[in-house]
Design a protein around this ligand. Structure first.
Ligand SMILES: Cc1ncc(COP(=O)(O)O)c(C=O)c1O
Length: 396
């Protein structure tokens, strides 16, 4: 019967991290791989969820208050007018919002432009909708957008592009110039933009998060997707949203209802408490994450990584193996697990333009971890530094 699987399902296989995660479990490795926090969510938000469960919010539910908060935040932070009664769709995380958005706008054969490297989920959703992903490589080491290459990637069949900023896996925050180039092309070619803004509150060094939708004439063609997951350390609660002009939002809502009906009721209730957090919450989140980012960058530099690109957003450092390292990214991570008891993600799974040798030279380290976890990982990795040469054994 496997032969009867859908053509897209047949192409799906475990990512490098899924394969290595068994080994990581066996070795009880410290997890710097996955992008979820290992520290508690805010107590007030957890209390709100407990109270919602105790109040028997157990059935399918739509909590309109979330839409009101999201619309208000859009106005405050991005200067965009969003109608909470029509333009916001509550979904099961950004993941479902993205899938529903893809199904809402993509027809078989439509091309969708993505930047490479890229978070893995988009590709599958686009292909399940019958679309054809078209990748535009960002240039290392600063993951620069080549305007020429980008503009040449459009064709008559281009229906949409995907922009994830702050970016997984690199931590790049697309600059205002990048956004202007992207917006100009979207308008010229009359295409949609789907943005993934899950790291909107995790930017560092005073780097602002600017939504593509806030650029002139872009709101009418942009579907913003985001969620509670990263901002409130609740990736398992599955609360997210899509924001789009009413006709498009309505199509996304119809699809969302057919796929999942509604996001988890008690966690929608708790989202009201999360979204009402004062500005001080977001400031201290940023401060905490900046210190975690710095700790991770410093550790990697100390052991010999070429971390020339300092992430200005997200929760990842995408570090390049130095030329002295004879190992590929997957071999490096395997040894890191076995010899240091630490797991990270081989970068090759994020690349789709397979024409560059550099695709096997990056390792993604997640720093959305407690200071204790980061210190333990540092101790274990420093344990592999040779006393005489000062070299980290896996890199030289
Ligand atoms: C760029 C990006 N988008 C989306 C997600 C998933 O978001 P959600 O939990 O809201 O589905 C992740 C999780 O790692 C991510 O890195």
């Amino acid at each position: 019967m496997e032969k009867k699987l859908s053509s897209v399902a047949k192409t799906l296989s475990p990512s490098p991290i899924q394969q290595l995660s068994y080994l990581a479990q066996e070795c009880d490795a410290i997890n710097l791989a996955e992008g979820f926090p290992d520290f508690p969510a805010p107590s007030s938000v957890k209390e709100a969820a407990i109270s919602a469960i105790n109040s028997d919010f157990n059935q399918y539910r739509h909590v309109q208050g979330i839409c009101e908060f999201v619309a208000r935040k859009m106005k405050q932070l991005q200067g965009i007018d969003v109608d909470p009664s029509t333009d916001v769709v509550i979904c099961c995380g950004q993941s479902e919002a993205f899938a529903a958005a893809s199904f809402a706008i993509i027809d078989p054969g439509d091309e969708v432009i993505l930047f490479d490297p890229s978070y893995e989920t988009y590709d599958t959703c686009i292909r399940l909708a019958g679309g054809v992903p078209v990748y535009v490589a960002l240039d290392p080491p600063h993951w620069t957008l080549s305007q020429d290459r980008f503009e040449k990637s459009f064709s008559e069949k281009t229906k949409a592009l995907v922009l994830n900023s702050p970016h997984n896996p690199t931590g790049k925050v697309f600059s205002t110039d990048d956004l202007r180039i992207i917006a100009a092309a979207c308008k010229k070619r009359d295409v949609f933009a789907i943005t993934d803004e899950v790291y909107e509150h995790l930017t560092y060094d005073d780097t602002p998060h600017v939504s593509l939708a806030s650029l002139p004439e872009m709101q009418r063609r942009t579907i913003i997707t985001s969620s509670l997951s990263k901002t409130f350390s609740v990736t398992g609660w599955r609360i997210g949203w899509a924001v789009a002009p009413s006709r498009i939002a309505s199509a996304i809502r119809n699809i969302h209802i057919k796929i999942t009906d509604s996001a988890p009721a008690p966690f929608q209730e708790a989202a009201l408490s999360a979204l009402a957090s004062p500005p001080s919450y977001f400031d201290s989140l940023r401060r905490e994450y900046t210190s975690k980012r710095d700790a991770m960058v410093n550790l990697l530099i100390r052991i010999g990584f070429k971390t020339v690109f300092i992430p200005r957003g997200s929760v990842f450092v995408f570090a390049e193996l130095p030329p002295s390292c004879p190992l590929s990214d997957c071999e490096f991570v395997e040894k890191l697990i076995k010899e240091a008891g630490v797991v990270a993600v081989p970068g090759s799974g994020f690349f789709h333009c397979r024409n560059g040798e550099y695709c096997r030279r990056y390792i993604r380290f997640a720093f959305c971890k407690s200071h204790h976890t980061l210190a333990s990982a540092s101790e274990k990795m420093m344990g592999l530094v040779d006393d005489e040469t000062g070299h980290f054994r896996l890199l030289f």
